[in-house]
Structures are given as structure tokens and as C-alpha cells.
Write a protein that binds this ligand. Sequence first.
Ligand SMILES: *Cc1c(COP(=O)(O)O)cnc(C)c1O
Length: 482
Amino acid sequence: MFGWKQGTGTHRRRRRRDEGEGMSDGHPVYRQQRNADEERAARRDAAVRAAVEQGLLGPGSPLVGLLDVTGIRQAAARLRQAFADVTAPGTPVLHAFAVKATPLVPVLRLLAEEGIGAEVASPGELALARAAGVPAEATVLDSPAKTTAELREALALGIAVNADNPQELARLDALVGSSVPRSPLGIRVNPQVGGGSIEALSTATATSKFGVALRDEGAREWVVKAFLDRPWLTRLHAHTGSQGIPLPRLAQGIAETYRLAEEINERAGRRQIDTLDIGGGLPVNFAGEETVPTYAAYARLLAETVPGLFDGRYGLVTEFGRSLLAKQGTLLTRVEYTKTAGGRPVAVTHAGVQVATRTVYAPQSWPLRLAAYDAEGRPKPGPEAVQDIAGPACFAGDLLAEARSLALLEPGDVVAALDTGAYYFAHHYAYNSLPRPAVYGYLPDGRGGIAFATVREAQTVEEIVTEAGAAHATALTSLKLP
Ligand SMILES: *Cc1c(COP(=O)(O)O)cnc(C)c1O
């Protein structure tokens, strides 16, 4: 199931430059990606229609998440191919999916079948990866707040751990003792190359909370010494940013990390660091259907910026999240009511802050593409009108989109929020006690139909009541001072 041990590198270095600026030229790589993007959009339309026809979406279930199984498999394959194309034959490459992007067991299982491991950052995420059958050697633990118990469990399982800071490294010292750890162990560094357009997601600013801040006084030397003192430290890790960071800056962060690894190995007089974990962070195009930038473009940019990273001397770990899943997910909601306010049409739907938290609270940073369908799930023809698409939560700002031009919506119509496969419907926010929606995976059956599989059931009202402390209903009224 997992192929990175064999090393699938073909060492075909393409000399072409970045394709990140658009898909306008006729090169086969672009054409292939464009066709795949068009096919994904067609599968999505078919799935919307089928979800309505088969009753997954309806008056009693006005909000569902959909995942494109074909799209997930293709994204995983493109990721593997992109790095295989630039690495020396035999180079071990582990692509560990950042579980936080889509923490759903069947998704992790599907990715595992496609040769993708798991990057986890909490006991919950580790448990999800294990429930999905992701083996220990394909799992990486990265959280900035690991407890001693978590570290002990990871070491017992043989899971790779990247220590975030000197205090965590001291805990590892105590746990490792004089033994030789089974787990590959490393240190996370912050190359401090600067942030991107979204402050909250910029992990490599001067004051980011993650990793050892390399440019701080004495920090670099501390890292070097930490390695020289501990023969069991064999990895260096950096995750330089997420959505909003320019690719050259991502590459620069990785180049800095590579240079540090070279320095450490030089001073150690041996190849002590054998693996570099380059994190995730490839941005997603939320403005259109095209998959840009592609993994292929990013891998080639890295190969040009840091050629030594790919010559076979280092094993590689990647931790992509959003770029693997975002475009494979669609949030579907029924329009419950329509009205006008201040002259502007408003469509009230069931998708709001509970499933699109970032978009609702930070609409400038996280705009979502929306698509309108009629009550039968067919793409709704115009004429378009400028309207607000609102969610169900009880505050005025609960809008999926403000002043958006879409076919004028009517009650019973369906609205799709596109590119929501990562950090959206899998990231429920329990405002107004709104239930977590069901999630289904879809696959064209080859005869014009669509087959669905349940990925996650909808949360029931009973479950909401239970989780809200129903078993402790009298806890506060019966609390008395002794
Ligand atoms: C969030 C995170 C990732 C994944 O980031 P994406 O932008 O979703 O690719 C990878 N590594 C670490 C350490 C992270 O915190």
C-alpha cells in the first residue's frame, strides 16, 4: 500500500519553469491538468443532481458535505508523481497528509491506499490515523504542545516526532535515556523568512509560535549543538506557511532548512541528518476551477532552488493538507427562504458559520466560490442578480457571501460552496447548536449514475443534547457548599 520505501524517482529533471501563472499554454502537462479540472467540475455537477435525486439533500437534511473519491485519488497520484519526477531513484519520500485539513477516517484510509501517510498534531488526530490503518512508519507527530504522555506513546509506537522547542527536546532526552529510539526524531525550525497574505497562517514570521526561531541570537548554534550532542536526532523539519504564502518564500524556507542540515552534517562529520521534512502549505486557488499552483510546479521550483535536496542524500517527508483535499469537497445546502432587505435579495440557507467559519469571520481572506442549482439539482440558468447568501446562525455577519452575483435563488434551490474539502465541513463550529452535517463520498458508476458512500453520519439532536451535558442536568443546581 505504501510505496515510498522503494523510491519511485525517475530523475527526469524538467527544465521548464513554473506554470503557476496560469494554464494558458498548450504544454501537455497543463492540458492534462485542465482536463482533470473540467472532469472534476462535471463529476461535481452530476453528484449534486444525484444527491438531490437520491434524497441525501432534502427538506429533512438541508446541508451535506460531498467528497470526490476520484479527485482525491488523482490528487494523491499527482503529488507522488511530482516528487518522483524530481528525486533521484531510490530516494525515500513519505507524503504525510496533514490530518487537521480533513480529519475523517475514511479519507485517511483512502489516502493510505494511495500511498499517503499522516501528519498528526494531537492525540485525536493520531487516533484517527490509527483507526484508518495508517502504519506508524507513515505517521509524523508535530504538535507544538505535546504532553509527556503523548511523546511516550509516539516513541512506543515508533512514530516520527519533531520536537518544537528546547523544553520538548529535554523531555525527549528523559524518555529516550540511553536507549536507541525506534522513532525517527527531529527538531522543527522556523527559518523566519517572513509571512504571507494571511497573518494567522504565517508560520515563518519572526515571532511565529512554531519551532526554534533560527535567526534569533544563538538559536542556530543551539540547534547545531543539540544535534551534535544527540546522535539519535536525525531529522530537521520546517513548515513555512499555508494559504497565502508565495511559492518562492516557501522554497526559501526550505532552502534555509537544507543549508542548516548541511552545516550540521558537516560539523558532525557524518550524515547524521538523513531526512528533511519540508512541511505542507501549497496554496489553493479558491478563485477558479484550475488547480494552480500544481504539485509539479512546486516540486520543480524546489528542485531549481535547492537541487541538493533531491540528489538522494536526504529522505524527504512532505505534509500537504489543503492542496490535497480542498478542491475535492463541496458543501451543499438548500435555500430555506428568500427575501429582500434594503433592496438587496437575501437567500437564507443552512450553510453558515458552523461549516464555513473562516469565510464568515474573515471574508476578505477566505472568499468561497458558490454555484447555484435548481430544486432538482440542475445548474440554475440566469439571469443573475446580486444577492447575499446567508447562513442559519443568529448573528448578522453569518453570510457565505455578500453581494454575490448568482442566478436569483428561490426557496428549495440548492447552493454549493466549492473547494470546501479541507478546513470547512470537516471543521464544525458548534454555534447555535447547529448539527454537524453528514458527509458522503461519490463515484461515477460508469453507467451515467453516481454511487454514494457515507463518510460520516449527520449529528443528531440527541447527540447534541448529550454532548451539552444532559447527563449532568442538575449538576449546578445541586452543587452545595459542604
Ligand atoms: C497545518 C500544517 C500542515 C498542512 O498545511 P496545509 O496548508 O494544509 O498544506 C503541515 N504541517 C504542519 C506542521 C502544519 O501545522
